[in-house]
Write a protein that binds this ligand. Structure first.
Ligand SMILES: CC(C)(COP(=O)(O)OP(=O)(O)OC[C@H]1O[C@@H](n2cnc3c(N)ncnc32)[C@H](O)[C@@H]1OP(=O)(O)O)[C@@H](O)C(=O)NCCC(=O)NCCS
Length: 209
């Protein structure tokens, strides 16, 4: 698999994957709290590219066996004394379970630490998203805490678990550490109290308590 900058000619493949993976992605998709989201893939790629030009983000296409498999976006880049950014990702259902996303996250984080001058990478995940929690567990992102109603996802403000890595805790990079089986097993462990608090919020919002 490879990650590479997304380009305008990905628009058609992106649209095809978003449409055919509607039910796979909807539950985890960021939404606009002030109205409906645009489904114009060319406009969304242009906006990602503009962000990249301004130094606010990096937008990657994920390819598997030469096919467009998903997206990885580095957003909220802050340079200077923070030196931090956030990663978001998805792959189409037919590419799930092949280790594509952890590999993409490791490559992007290593790039940001070694080439883009960043020092900290963050990933925030809804408590119910077990496959995504496995991604940070595999790579040893450290659990940092529960953020209440943090991101607008699938039509409402949702709690998120926050995980991060800083460059100083890696000697040879995220990918190398994972491939060498050197990931500290406890890093992504979520304290029982936070799990319970998040679960109660999920049940309340779904009306089951
Ligand atoms: C979360 C996601 C990005 C993981 O990507 P991936 O490339 O499948 O990652 P992995 O191959 O490492 O698999 C992670 C876990 O997904 C689960 N999984 C595997 N195949 C699966 C499948 N066909 N369907 C659902 N989950 C599956 C397994 O628990 C796996 O962990 P394991 O390797 O220990 O068995 C992907 O499931 C996805 O795009 N989901 C929809 C969008 C989303 O949730 N984005 C992230 C928002 S934070």
């Amino acid at each position: 698999m490879v990650i590479r900058p997304i380009r305008l000619r990905d628009a058609r493949a992106l649209e095809r994957e978003l449409i055919s993976n509607r039910s796979w992605l909807r539950k985890w998709e960021a939404t606009n709290p002030h109205g409906p989201m645009s489904f114009d893939t060319r406009a969304s790629i242009r906006s990602l590219q503009n962000n990249a030009r301004l130094g606010h983000g990096l937008a990657f296409a994920i390819e598997f066996d030469g096919e467009f498999a998903g997206q990885l976006n580095v957003s909220s880049i802050t340079y200077g004394s923070l030196g931090s950014a956030t990663i978001g990702y998805w792959v189409s259902e037919r590419f799930a379970g092949k280790g594509v996303t952890p590999t993409a996250v490791a490559l992007a984080t290593d790039f940001c630490f070694s080439q883009a001058g960043l020092h900290r990478m963050e990933i925030c995940i809804r408590p119910e998203n077990e496959p995504s929690l496995r991604v940070v567990e595999k790579l040893g992102f450290r659990y940092e805490g529960l953020r209440r109603r943090y991101i607008h996802i699938n039509g409402d403000w949702r709690d998120h678990f926050c995980f991060a890595l800083v460059a100083e805790e890696l000697s040879a990079g995220v990918l190398r550490r994972w491939l060498d089986d050197q990931v500290p097993p406890q890093n992504a462990v979520i304290p029982a109290a936070d799990r319970a608090a998040a679960l109660t919020a999920v049940r309340l919002s779904s009306g089951t308590v």
